[in-house]
Design a protein around this ligand. Structure first.
Ligand SMILES: Nc1ncnc2c1ncn2[C@@H]1O[C@H](COP(=O)(O)OP(=O)(O)O)[C@@H](O)[C@H]1O
Ligand SMILES: [Mg+2]
Length: 253
């Protein structure tokens, strides 16, 4: 199942206005891994993720998805493998109804209508949003939009799920539901997040980005135990690993 593999090699990227964002990134993610990409604002997380489905093209270096080095000629095939959930659901939802949005990808694949309808219902059911099917996306709450954006990605049956800050702006219950949902996916998952507690719950491996470079890549628990590393990277230990300020007890992780 090599198509689930993600390789990034010496990836450098500067935006057209000259802002440098990635300064030579390399890693290999294998089938079924769940990897958190963490780092402070401006570290390069979104820029990195946008390279994984060809939304951005490297200034230099290489991205490979399975056997396919990403290029103009492979980008369509890569996008069938890599499902991207953008940081802002408004960048992803643009159709008159939720059902239209979730059907958009499968229709573009040229699937028969019956199969498309089936995928729409399954994806919306998975994220608990079937009741929103006929609503206009722009009238939904932030959490509802996020669920629908995830459904619109799931309806493509991707091998690899790439998500940019999926728990941002969710209320605690919606966040918990999202974590439970994501924990059931056997996909290869790459999740950029500020939510280190979610990273701890979902990802065995964590990559820290700082100033467009990888400053750490390893088991999540080891990385989050390294207070000096977290400080250097402008990050804070997950709450679940901090002692309780009220009762004075120490966290167990
Ligand atoms: N469209 C853009 N044009 C120019 N610079 C950008 C653009 N988007 C992001 N940047 C810059 O690229 C760097 C990395 O940004 P980004 O990948 O969005 O970081 P993160 O997602 O970790 O917050 C930052 O310095 C940011 O200001
Ligand atoms: Mg970002």
């Amino acid at each position: 199942m090599s198509h689930h593999i993600v390789e990034v090699k010496d990836l450098k990227y500067s935006y057209p206005d000259g802002t440098p964002a990635l300064d030579g990134i390399s890693f290999l993610i294998t089938h079924g891994e769940s990897v958190a990409v963490v780092g402070s604002n401006g570290a390069g997380k979104s820029t990195l993720l946008h390279h994984l489905n060809g939304y951005l093209t490297p200034t230099s270096g290489m991205v490979r998805i399975g056997d396919l080095p990403l290029s103009k000629s492979t980008v369509q095939a890569v996008r069938r493998s890599v499902g991207m959930v953008f940081q802002d659901p408004d960048d992803q939802l643009f159709m008159p109804t939720v059902a239209d949005d979730v059907a958009f990808g499968p229709l573009n694949l040229g699937l028969p209508l019956e199969e498309v309808n089936d995928r729409v219902d399954r994806a919306l059911t998975t994220v608990g949003a079937l009741h929103l099917k006929n609503r206009p996306p722009y009238k939904l709450s932030g959490g509802e939009k996020r669920s629908v954006a995830i459904a619109s990605t799931l309806s493509m049956s991707p091998d690899i799920l790439v998500m940019d800050e999926p728990s941002a702006n969710l209320d605690p219950q919606a966040r918990r539901r999202l974590i439970e949902l994501l924990s059931t996916f056997t996909h290869t998952k790459i999740i950029a997040t500020h939510d280190l507690d979610m990273a701890l719950d979902l990802c065995d491996r964590t990559i820290i980005l700082h100033g467009g470079l990888i400053t750490a890549d390893g088991p999540t628990l080891d990385i989050f135990r390294d207070s000096a590393l977290l400080r250097r990277s402008h990050l804070e230990k997950p709450l679940s690993m901090q002692g309780c300020p009220a009762c004075g007890s120490m966290a167990v992780k």
